[in-house]
Ligand binder design. Structure first.
Ligand code: C2E
Ligand code: MG
Ligand code: MG
Ligand code: MG
Length: 287
């Protein structure tokens, strides 16, 4: 009968799956603790975004870093999904936004036009409090709204993300700039681009990686995207070949190992203004 069949399924469990599930639970418990205590375990690293014509750093992207009390680091790809599934992404996102904006204020004392990019999950953006919490956090930091760029992924165009799409439309109306992250990595087509007022499109690193090879898609895609208005940022700029081809194709901005790695301030409350100095030194190989 049916009950027997169910019992059979329970007995034939996959041990690998159970291990993964209990690891997830342990990780989730630690994640909650890290977010509840305000312990500084989760905080932003900053990676420069560079004007490919002038070589100047025009922005930094905040990337979440989780360093546990024992000094071990957990990769974002391991806990962002977990935070989304558990509902903790709101707390994580607001924490990241707050710390990133505070750092942005410090960085702009020496670099007045610098912008700060912050990643936002569509799951976070669906929460009813998201728009007000985001505006309040930015205002409290003292960072002007037009210095903030929110990075959204193509997931925002999924039918189930309608509430997130509305939230980003509202924020854009308030003067927050939007960037489409990892463009081309998902299913989204160029037809979706008109559904959000995008200030930036970030080309996924898989496209950048093809540059210099026969039939690289960016040869046709770049002129097409450039004609549409948003400023183009190439992700994953790792080599001189990438850089030369991006310059030739007229790509405005770039980000990647070649231009500067993400830098985590040594102290959670350390002076973030040193970040840009470090990034500049790194970019020009002077340290
Ligand atoms: P992303 O937003 O596309 O961020 C860029 C990722 O590419 C980062 O990985 C960065 O370290 C990496 N990267 C930068 N330059 C290069 C390069 O030249 N080559 C290669 N191969 N990789 C490069 P990271 O820090 O591991 O973050 C992974 C993803 O996790 C991010 O992708 C983003 O989707 C998510 N994430 C990180 N921080 C946050 C956050 O605060 N909130 C949310 N919602 N998601 C975040
Ligand atoms: Mg991003
Ligand atoms: Mg990206
Ligand atoms: Mg990504």
């Amino acid at each position: 009968g049916h009950a027997q069949q169910t019992g059979k399924q329970v007995l034939e469990f996959d041990p690998a799956m159970t291990t993964e599930a209990s690891t997830d639970l342990a990780l989730l418990r630690d994640l909650q603790q890290a977010l509840q205590t305000g312990s500084g375990q989760i905080r932003p690293a900053f990676q420069p975004i560079v004007d490919l014509r002038t070589g100047r750093i025009v922005a930094v992207e905040a990337l979440a870093r989780w360093v546990r009390p024992d000094g071990t680091a957990v990769e974002p790809d391991r806990y962002i999904g977990l935070a989304e599934a558990s509902g903790w992404i709101g707390a994580l996102g607001q924490r990241m936004l707050q710390l990133s904006c505070e750092a942005g204020v410090a960085l702009r004392r020496q670099h007045p036009d610098l912008r700060v990019h912050v990643n936002v999950s569509p799951v976070e953006a669906e929460q009813p409090s998201f728009v007000q919490a985001t505006l309040a956090t930015i205002h409290r930091s003292g960072l002007p709204l037009d210095a903030v760029v929110l990075e959204v992924t193509e997931q925002v165009f999924l039918p189930r993300s309608g509430a997130a799409l509305d939230a980003f439309l509202t924020l854009a109306g308030e003067g927050v700039a939007l960037a489409l992250d990892d463009f081309g990595s998902g299913y989204a087509s160029v037809g979706y681009l008109s559904r959000l007022p995008l200030a930036y499109i970030k080309i996924d690193k898989s496209f950048t990686a093809e540059l210099g090879s026969e039939g690289a898609l960016l040869e046709d895609l770049m002129p097409f995207l450039r004609a549409r208005g948003p400023v183009i940022i190439a992700e994953g700029v790792e080599t001189d070949v990438h850089l030369r081809n991006l310059e030739r194709l007229g790509c405005a901005l770039g980000q990647g190992w070649l231009l500067g790695r993400p830098i985590l301030p040594l102290e959670p409350d350390g002076d973030p203004a040193t970040i840009l100095g470090l990034a500049v030194a790194q970019r020009f190989g002077t340290s």
